[in-house]
Design a protein around this ligand. Structure first.
Ligand code: IMP
Length: 188
């Protein structure tokens, strides 16, 4: 039996990263862009928990959705839940400028991934520890070209999707989800 899950997102990059991991198992994924407003909160877990309930109400099929953020230590966790807004306004150049005289470049990407069906509602957290690079390197999307995960020397922007998934917040959250899902629904 093949399981089918609807990923609620308008972000093609997130879809590609999630699909490649799920497709190794009998889990089919379909992308749906729904216009559901996100609540304002400093906690991405809270944002996604509210979002997944509303998404399930609309779709009435197993759904997943995720919210991610970049948390820079020296900037007290900024931009965190405002990452999307900061990307649109400052972009990679703006963040590099903001960090120009800062020696401690530690940052974390965090992903809160929520799943809901008629029986279960769960949130999985994936974290990628790393640092902000000194310059823009590679392509990728969002802050990919300025984030170097701690176990690598390349930015996410210099990696292909599979390599990025090995280190990324999203890859880690999805793998936790897959582990739970396969155990719960006993699939190979
Ligand atoms: P959201 O989860 O769609 O709210 O994403 C917030 C923002 O974080 C995005 O607009 C991107 O700028 C950034 N972001 C989240 N995940 C990633 C990633 O894997 N690579 C690069 N940027 C990311």
């Amino acid at each position: 039996m093949k399981f089918s899950i609807v990923l609620i997102t308008g972000n093609e990059n997130k879809y590609r990263e999630i699909k490649i991991l799920l497709s190794k198992f009998k889990i089919e994924i379909e992308k749906l862009d729904l216009d559901i407003p996100e609540i304002q909160s400093n906690e991405i877990e809270e944002i996604i928990s509210d979002f997944i309930k509303k998404a399930y109400e609309e779709v009435r099929k197993p759904v997943i959705a995720e919210d991610s953020g970049l948390f820079i230590r020296k900037l007290n966790g900024f931009p965190g839940p405002y990452t999307s807004y900061v990307y649109k306004t400052l972009g990679n150049e703006g963040v590099i400028k903001l960090m120009r005289d800062i020696e401690d470049r530690y940052a974390e990407f965090k992903c809160a991934l929520a799943y809901k069906d008629d029986k279960y509602e769960k949130v999985f957290i994936g974290i990628s520890k790393g640092k902000i690079s000194n310059e823009i390197r590679g392509k990728g999307w969002g802050f990919d070209p300025i984030f170097i995960p701690e176990e690598a020397s390349l930015t996410f922007g210099e990696m292909n999707v599979e390599e990025k998934n090995n280190y990324s917040h999203r890859g880690r959250a999805i793998n936790l989800f897959i582990e739970w899902f396969r155990k719960t629904y006993m699939i190979d």
